[in-house]
Write a protein that binds this ligand. Structure first.
Ligand SMILES: [Zn+2]
Length: 116
């Protein structure tokens, strides 16, 4: 999904939530984002600056927590994390297995938000 579309859907979720809480202002949004998504805090902040204009979330601070990419090996059952910046073949470091399931790394969650 495109970053702008992602930002917009997060914002509408946050605004709906803020409305339910009868908040006057959204101060900060804390996101948990899997490293696979390659969404950077700087870019998200810029998008939110742009799309939040004229809403109660205008000027909101975006805080991103990266969720590491973790796989579970289908052969030995062990869990391992991966540095996606290294461009090498993905193998289980315990048994060299090449079949695995993704446990985390694709998250996109609003963990919490600060309102007033
Ligand atoms: Zn293994």
């Amino acid at each position: 999904m495109h970053e702008l579309a992602v930002s917009k859907s997060i914002l509408s979720l946050v605004l709906k939530n803020a409305e339910q809480k009868k908040a006057n202002k959204v101060l900060a949004i804390y996101l948990a984002i899997g490293e696979m998504r390659k969404l950077e805090q700087d870019w998200l902040q810029r998008y939110f600056d742009y799309i939040s204009k004229g809403t109660i979330a205008e000027g909101v601070h975006i805080e991103v927590k990266k969720v590491p990419v973790v796989f579970e090996c289908k052969l030995c059952g062990k869990e391992f994390s991966v540095n996606l910046h290294e461009d090498k073949k993905l193998l289980c470091p315990f048994c060299d297995g090449f079949e695995y399931t993704l446990l985390s790394g694709r998250e996109l969650l609003v963990e919490k938000m600060e309102v007033r």
